[in-house]
Design a protein around this ligand. Sequence first.
Ligand code: SF4
Ligand code: SF4
Length: 305
Amino acid sequence: MSAKSYIGRDAVLENGWLAAHKWLLIRRIVQLGILGLFLAGPLADVWIVKGNLTSSLTLDVLPLSDPFILLQSLFAGHVAASSAVLGAAIVVAFYLLVGGRVYCSFVCPVNIVTDTARWLAKRFALPKGWQPSRQTRLWVMGSVLVTAMVSGVMAWEMLNPVTIIHRGLVYDFGYVWTVVLALFLFDLVVSRRGWCGHLCPMGAFYGVLGVFSMTRISATQRAACNDCMDCFAVCPEPHVITPALRGAGTKTGPVILSGDCTNCARCIDVCAKNVFQFDLRFNNFAPASEGDGRDEMVSTNRHAA
Ligand code: SF4
Ligand code: SF4
């Protein structure tokens, strides 16, 4: 076994296993907790939340609606109920505050499936397979809206695995496990990170929101980076790291501004040098102690996503 046998080993040795998996554990608890809240009604008659991820009512007072699904409905020519518009506005405001693709990393149940497939693919060094452009998901998102406008129905919602899986789990549709297996195998053997990283229109929508969101990941201590590459290895969207981490000595600040970043915080977990932290988008200035030119010594080839 090599000296560096797994991603994040240095962080585990330096900070302990719990600290090196803190955000991963928090995310899974939040994802399963949200699912549990939705399931508690149908399964245990505890109705804290009614509905599903598409549209819900919490404690009989707080309406929440998925803004991308509302947008499809509007494109299809439907008149939205005021509660749906209010619910979507609340959701948009929330994700503008915490990060658009926090939906992907902390809420969406598909994320657990695709993360598992990615982990297994890396563990067994499977080929990456088909890797379409990251822009593909934006084209898929546009096509979903145009289809709704032309057809007058929310056609995508009959196929959307996020909706199918969440509704299926809540309302006990047997075929939901077929969808889970299909997504898992697609990401494992056809296209690594193919669904979430390249195709999913909901991820694309929340990524657009994320461009404007407040809470960001920052490589604040980037001068301490020792080029172990663990953050790149663990990141679901590694291209977002390079400008922030490798900007030392340049005008590029340490804050990751790409809407593709999911704020999953795995880069915080696995960094033994504690380079990354949560921050606000406005704190994007290079620390005065930087500028020693160390970035010029780094081979950019090593950092290609
Ligand atoms: S990209 Fe789509 S399926 Fe993946 S986590 Fe985000 S919303 Fe869910
Ligand atoms: S940069 Fe960090 S927080 Fe953003 S997606 Fe990558 S690992 Fe997650």
